[in-house]
Design a protein around this ligand. Sequence first.
Ligand SMILES: [Cu+2]
Length: 163
Amino acid sequence: MSFAAKSRSAPGAHRLARAVLLVALTTGPAQAAPPAGLEVIRPWSRPAAAGGSGAGFMELTNRGRTADALVAVASPLARNVEMHRSVMAGGVMSMRRLARVAVPAGGAVRFAPGGHHLMFLGLSKPLKAGDGLPATLTFASGAKLNVTFAVGTGIGPPAPHRH
Ligand SMILES: [Cu+2]
């Protein structure tokens, strides 16, 4: 009985599915390439002054079967965003700018204080606890991810920079 009822409603459902597919096809090309299994977990930032530098921390995971790499970051609130790595050498902590950060297939990269981090240079407004710092991550594959870094109270400003 229920099988017969399903069969009768099928043609209508099929038309609906085709309509949805058409919409997907016509809107698809205008959008950025879909991130293939890339995900940002717990993006966070610290308070910072306008004109100064903000920091961005997160865990970047790649559930896909293809390796990718973070190659660029942009934010409407920063003049420029750089990828950095803190390096301890001879008892002195310094920063290295990175052109790309590889995200292995099925792996993850952690951006955390003392290691990889994002630097938001030339902030157009101060970052206060409770604010959101928007950014777009661009990957070597062409995938883009929009992320909002949650500004926490932090534990003091990011470590001093030596570039
Ligand atoms: Cu830095």
